[in-house]
Design a protein around this ligand. Structure first.
Ligand code: AMP
Ligand code: MG
Length: 407
């Protein structure tokens, strides 16, 4: 058996960050920026009003009160998207709508609620200071400012800013296309009744959705039979169309574990027995320069193996600096025991934070590598080094699975 860290290092050596490409901003959600973005335009581009009301010279409103209004002529109306026909002179006002440019000569806005119509004139019911409700040019972003830096994960707010400064594309890392296939003659796809000895394929869906949750682009490579030719064909199709390929099943010590046999024949693959439980067997290597992960078939093992070997490396391929799951320290609410076997155990737990800000952990269900229910109700993997585990009240390190990958 080899240590977890050694296996992880072997995998990570072969995973390279994808080359950055020019990406349309409407396809950039969740992608990592690969350039420094400077604003070519100021936001707002011109001084404008934050309120519907009247553009005024502040000095003209001096002394205005509800019981003794100042009455001035309304000489124009400025809608958002239009400009004033001429500068505002002393003793005049212009009707103005939110977002419309401040006319030359005006220095303040009085909101409509503080006015009363009076035919072609308007009564101003309050005094306003210069700058009132005016949004100056560059108030949000000054032209030429560096606004975003490489490594930024683009969310809706970033994309809105990029749209507002007129960027059509950005240089970023696209999502790696990750192909997923399941292998096994016992597996059934779809709603058909099970024949004796058959089970339903669940790993393909869990792995495809784990890819999606990690911000990657999942590609379904199908359910492949335990047949060397079919497996080789599916692998070659996968590496020709994807940035990485994940298989599940067929990498253990069974007589029909053909994935391992095929990979060993076609490429430079390492088969590892990793000192962990679950997910001891792992096959990894490059086929036509594309990384291929051969994950074990047991449903929990395949998920834990993805977490420990594939997830962070695949996220680094798309430039994510926050590739790793966060780890927390929790207090065991109940004994989380194990036997000495020289391995590190990754026990499925449910963690919650109590009002004092302390994390508590309890088992999320049966711990067999076939018992997927415990994975469904887990939000953490407790890391139990070789030994007896922990008693209630002792602290335990937990890989927190709840952090949202798509931000
Ligand atoms: P294997 O690694 O192919 O020997 O499979 C180990 C165990 O996982 C066996 O009990 C398989 O039936 C089961 N298994 C393999 N692939 C899948 C799958 N895609 N979905 C559900 N169970 C699977
Ligand atoms: Mg199998």
């Amino acid at each position: 058996m080899i240590a977890l860290e050694e296996a992880q290092a072997k995998v990570n050596r072969d995973l390279a960050v994808l080359p950055p490409t020019e990406i349309p901003i409407n396809e950039a959600l969740g992608l990592v920026l690969a350039e420094t973005v400077a604003a070519d335009e100021a936001i707002p581009p011109f001084a404008n009003t934050a309120m519907d009301g009247f553009a005024v010279r502040a000095v003209d409103t001096v002394g205005a009160r509800k019981d003794s209004p100042v009455t001035l002529p309304v000489v124009a109306t400025i809608a958002a998207g239009s400009v004033a026909p001429r500068p505002l002179e002393r003793g005049e006002v212009m009707r103005i709508m939110t977002g419309a440019p401040l006319p030359e000569g005006a220095d303040a806005i009085i909101m409509v609620e503080l006015t009363r119509p009076a035919g072609f004139d308007v009564h101003l019911l309050a005094e306003v200071p210069a700058g009132n409700h005016v949004r100056p040019a560059g108030d949000d972003i000054e032209k030429g400012t560096e606004i975003f830096h490489p490594g930024t994960v683009l969310g809706p707010g970033h994309l809105g800013v990029l749209a507002s400064i007129g960027r059509q594309t950005v240089k970023g890392y696209r999502k790696p296309r990750v192909g997923v296939m399941s292998t096994g003659d016992e597996l059934v796809e779809g709603p058909e009744p099970l024949q004796p000895g058959q089970i339903r394929d669940s790993n393909r869906l869990t792995l495809l959705t784990m890819c999606a949750e990690a911000g990657l682009e999942p590609v379904d490579l199908g359910l492949i039979r335990d047949n060397e030719r079919a497996i080789e064909q599916a692998l070659r199709h996968g590496v020709a169309n994807c940035d990485a390929v994940i298989t599940t099943g067929g990498v253990s010590m069974g007589d029909f574990d053909f994935v391992k046999a095929v990979l060993t024949r076609v490429g430079d693959f390492s088969w590892m027995q990793v000192a962990i439980k679950p997910a001891k067997p792992l096959v990894f290597g490059l086929l036509d320069d594309v990384p291929v992960f051969g994950l074990p078939g047991n449903p929990v093992s395949s998920m834990v193996s993805f977490e420990l070997f594939a997830r962070s490396g695949l996220r680094r391929m798309m430039g994510r600096l926050d590739a790793e799951r966060p780890r927390i320290t929790a207090i065991a609410d109940e004994p989380i025991k194990r036997h000495r076997d020289g391995k590190t155990h990754f026990t499925r737990v449910f963690v919650s934070e109590n009002p004092a800000g302390q994390w508590r952990a309890k088992l999320s269900g049966g711990q067999g590598s076939h018992q997927l229910m415990a994975m469904a109700s887990a939000n953490g993997l407790a890391v139990l080094p070789n030994g007896d585990g922990v008693d209630a009240g002792q602290s335990v390190e937990v890989i927190h699975l709840d952090a949202l990958a798509i931000r």
